[in-house]
Design a protein around this ligand. Sequence first.
Ligand code: CMP
Length: 423
Amino acid sequence: MHKGQMPRRKVMWEVVTVVVTIYAAIEIPLGMVFPVIRTATVLIVELLLTGFFAADLVYRYREACAQGPEARARYLKSWIWIDGLATIPFGTVIATPFRALRLLRLLRLVKLLRVSSAANRLKNVQIVNPSVVRMAVLMFWILLTAHFVAIGWIALDAVDPELVGSARYLQAIYWTSTTLTTIGYGDLTPVTAPQTIYTIFIQILGAGLYGFVIGNIASLIANIDVAKTQFREKLERINTFLRYRAIPADLQTRVNDYYEYLWNSRRGHEEATILDELPLSLRTQIAFHINSEIIEKVPIFQGAGEQLIRDVILNLQATVFLPDDYIVRKGETGREMYFISRGSVRVVSGDEQTVYATLTDGQFFGEIALLLATERTATIRANDYCDIYRLDQDTFNRIIERYPSFAEHIREHAEQRRQEMGL
Ligand code: CMP
C-alpha cells in the first residue's frame, strides 16, 4: 500500500460522513423555512444527526489516539470543536419563541469543513485528476451557496405567497440564480427593506463570485493537463528561438517532429532531465523500472547475471532519433554503443551505396569501435523514429573487463560483422 493511501474502512467512513454532512447542510436550512417538513421530521433527523456526528467524533478521536500523542493533541486542539459543535442537537430549541435562536441550528454546518478536508485528501490519492476534484468542489460550494441564498430569500418572505412547497423553493432558486449570475431579469424584486438589503448583499456577492468562478474555471481548464500546457509553452519558446536564429525551415520541421514524437511516445518527457532531479536511490529505482524494458528486449542480456544488468541499466541513456538521422558516421571516433528499443536503422558504407544490414528492436551497434579502439567501421542511419539507449565507453570498458563471457559474446558479434564488411 502506498503511503497516504487509506484502508477501505476509513474511506467508507469518510464517504458516509461527507454524504451525511451534505444532507444536513441541505436539510437543516430547509427545515427552518418549511414548517411542514420541520414538524414532521425535524426531531428524528436531529437525533439521527446527533447520533451519527457523535459516533464520528468518537471514531476520529480514537483514530487520532491510535496515531500517537501528537495527533491526539492536534485533534483536541482543533477538530474536536468542529466535530463537537456539530453534535449538539440545536434543533430541539426549535420550539423557542425567539426566532433568532433557531439560527443556532446552522452552527452544525461547521461540519462542512470535513467535506473540504476530505476533498483535499482526494486530491492526493492521484486516481482522480486534482483539477477535476477542484472543479467538482467548486461546483459543490457554488450550489450550496445558491441553496443558502435561496433559503434566505424564502426566510424573508420574498417569495410569492401563493406558491407552496417545492414551487416556493423553485422560485427562490430562480431568483438566486438570476442574481448570483448577475443576469438580474428584474422580474422578482425586493419589496421590504430587509429584502432590499439582502438583495444588495447577494448582488455584491454575486458579482464577486462570478469573477471568482470564471477565473477559477479558466485556471482549472488550463491545469487539467499541466503536462500538455507546459509542453506547448516549451515548444513555443523553442520555435521562437528557431525563427529568431533563422534556422532553415526543414530543420525547424525536424525539431518539431522530434517534439511531437516525444509527446506521443513519453508525454514530452526527456527522461534524463527528470531523473537528474531525483535523489540517487529514487533515480536508481526509476531507471531500473524504465530500462528493464530494453534489457528484456536485447537477447545478449538474457543469460546475463543480475549484477551485470544492474551495472548496465543504471548507465543507459535514452535518446530519440528521427528518420534519416545519422547516428554513427564511418571514420568517427566511437565513444558509445547503442541498443535499439524501438525502430529500425540501416548499416551502410561510408558512401552510403552499400547496405550491410538493417537492425531493429533488441539489436545493438557501435561495439566495434569501442572494442578495438578504432574508428567507426560503418555509417548508421535511422529508418524511422527510433528509441535508442546509449551506453558510454567507460561503462562499456568496465563491463567488458568484469564480465568475460558477456565480452566474448560481443566480440563474436563484432568479428562476424567485420567479416561481413570484408575487413
Ligand atoms: P562501429 O564500427 O563502432 O560503428 C558502426 C557499427 O555498425 C559497428 O560498430 C557495428 O556495430 C555495426 N555494423 C557493422 N557492420 C555490420 C553488419 N554487417 N551487420 C550489422 N551491424 C554492423
